[in-house]
Every structure is written in structure tokens, then in C-alpha cells.
Design a protein around this ligand. Structure first.
Ligand SMILES: C[S@@+](CC[C@H](N)C(=O)[O-])C[C@H]1O[C@@H](n2cnc3c(N)ncnc32)[C@H](O)[C@@H]1O
Length: 283
């Protein structure tokens, strides 16, 4: 363990980064994704605007290449050509984040962070009026001991192992984090973990729908209990990407059920979840 690396406490802001490059992608093609052929010249044009040092930073980012991609025109997996702009596009595909205004950005330092299905940081974004950029912010979601790897998630975590792995395939690896490795053993604990993630996703979808369009088919007290269970599950598991949203739902449904104590409790939890990313931004 490296004694020079400090022990990081929950809420510690680890990294704030401006995008090196952003592009506005064409509209998503349903079932296909973004058209790589349209994005390639956009990336190449953005790259030419960079300084030499920035270009080096861009090219230092990890590049995922699938099988014989670039060599075989009939390859089914992305098939980005083996050209300089093809390489730029592959780097963007391997590391980019969507910004909240519909753009796609490359953040080279954030891009160094590996994936884990139980991450230890919140990885979010914030509008920076000074630079007119969506900055990415990395915040410790729990205490992190010196020498422990900082890990984020590349995919939604309220999904079972097979679903998470299939979404991670676009990054060119099979996740073997502790959670996924346990799933390979088909242990009861891991089956339970998978089942809970899926069940909580269903509860989240149901509550989000009912928040928008209240329906009278379920009693308010039952909805409040389910929202509180969901928010507690998210907090207990450290799935901070979902924390602000689920504490908000727990406060809303407690209020609708007339439980003022619970509404106050979850409102305070919601404020704390927002504060984790700083500036009270809504996740
Ligand atoms: C955004 S980059 C992360 C930084 C990269 N490891 C590097 O050294 O620059 C994503 C790539 O890192 C690797 N990676 C990230 N998380 C991983 C994991 N849990 N298991 C195996 N490979 C992983 C994969 O090659 C993936 O395409």
C-alpha cells in the first residue's frame, strides 16, 4: 500500500475536469445507435482545433478495437476504418461521456478510471458557467483507503450480471469485478444480488411513472413504503448515481401518504445526496 496516497473520505471531491473535445452527434438511429460515419468527420474537425499537447493527451486515451475491425469491411462490430480519423473515433467510442445538453465529450483524466459494478465514486457532471462547459466531477461516495483503486460504473447498475456484462461488451471486456466474479460461482448471495438489482429497477420505474401520473390502484402508504425501501437499498449499496433520484421519490411518496416525519427525513437525505456532487445540482 502506498503511504503517500491519502485516505479519502466520503464527499471528497477527487477530480473536476473540462472536456478536451465535445461534438454534437447526429440523431440516434433506433436499435443501431449513433452513425459512426457521420461522427467521424466531426471528431476529426474537433481534433484539428487542439494544441499539440492536447492532441497528445487525446491520443494517450485507451482505444478499444474489436476483432478484425478496420481490416475487414464486412466486420459486424463497429467496423471503424483503420485510418487516423478512425483511430480518433475509436478513442472517442471507448471513453466518451454524454453531456446533459445532448453532446458527447472526451475527458482524458476521467477516462483513466476503470469500471466496477460496485463503484466507490459518484461520477457526474456540472455546468460551469465560466468555461461554458459540462465538467465531469468525481466524488468519493464512501471512504476509500490508501492504495484502493478508484472505480466508477460505465453502465446502469440496477440490472443483473448478464445485462451489465452485455452492455459492457462495447468497451471490449468481460467484467470480472468482485460482484461479477461472484456471479460466475452462482452462489445464493450473488443470485440474490442480481434479483434485488432487477426488482429495484422495476420499483424505480413504477414509482417514476406514478410520480408523473398519480394512479389510485395502489394505496399511498404502500407506495411510500416501496419508495423508502428503494431509497434505503440504494443508500445501503452505495449506488450513488441513483441516490438523489430515489431519496426524492421517497420524500414525495411519504408526503402523499401524509407521513410528515418520513417526508422530512427523506427531504434531508435528498439535500445531502445533491450536496455530494456540490452546488446542489439535481441529478
Ligand atoms: C475508459 S478506459 C479506462 C482506463 C484504461 N484502463 C486505461 O488504462 O486507459 C476503458 C477500458 O479500460 C478497461 N477496463 C475498464 N474497466 C475494466 C474492468 N473492470 N475489467 C477489465 N478491463 C477494464 C477496458 O479495456 C476498457 O475498454
Amino acid at each position: 500500500m502506498d503511504s503517500q496516497v491519502p485516505h479519502l473520505e466520503t464527499c471528497g471531491k477527487l477530480l473536476v475536469e473540462d472536456p478536451l473535445v465535445t461534438i454534437t452527434p447526429p440523431p440516434l438511429v433506433p436499435g443501431v445507435g449513433f452513425s459512426l460515419a457521420v461522427i467521424e468527420p466531426l471528431v476529426a474537425a474537433a481534433y484539428t482545433q487542439l494544441t499539440l499537447a492536447q492532441k497528445e493527451q487525446y491520443l494517450s486515451c485507451h482505444e478499444v478495437r474489436f476483432g478484425n475491425e478496420g481490416e475487414d469491411e464486412n466486420s459486424q462490430e463497429g467496423n471503424i476504418r483503420d485510418t487516423p480519423s478512425g483511430r480518433l473515433l475509436r478513442i472517442l467510442r471507448s471513453n466518451a461521456y454524454n453531456t446533459r445538453d445532448g453532446r458527447v465529450g472526451l475527458y482524458p483524466r476521467v477516462a483513466l478510471i476503470n469500471h466496477d459494478c460496485r463503484p466507490n465514486v459518484l461520477n457526474t457532471d456540472r455546468w460551469d458557467a465560466e468555461t461554458s462547459n459540462w465538467q465531469r466531477i468525481i466524488v468519493a461516495a464512501r471512504d476509500i483507503v490508501a492504495g484502493e483503486e478508484i472505480v466508477t460504473t460505465y453502465v446502469p447498475l440496477l440490472a443483473d450480471t448478464a445485462t451489465r456484462r452485455s452492455r459492457l461488451a462495447q468497451y471490449g471486456f468481460t467484467c470480472m469485478c468482485e460482484t461479477c466474479s461472484a456471479a460466475s460461482t452462482s452462489s445464493a448471495a450473488s443470485s440474490h444480488d442480481d434479483a434485488m438489482r432487477v426488482q429495484m429497477r422495476q420499483v424505480l420505474d413504477m414509482l417514476e411513472e406514478r410520480e408523473e401520473q398519480p394512479a389510485s390502484d395502489l394505496p399511498p402508504k404502500l407506495l411510500a413504503r416501496q419508495a423508502a425501501e428503494l431509497a434505503t437499498y440504494i443508500a445501503d449499496n452505495g449506488f450513488v448515481d441513483y441516490a438523489a433520484g430515489t431519496s426524492h421519490l421517497a420524500a414525495v411518496f411519504a408526503g402523499r401518504a401524509g407521513d410528515t416525519d418520513a417526508a422530512a427525513y427523506w427531504s434531508a437525505a435528498h439535500r445531502a445526496d445533491l450536496a455530494l456532487a456540490g452546488d446542489g445540482i439535481d441529478l
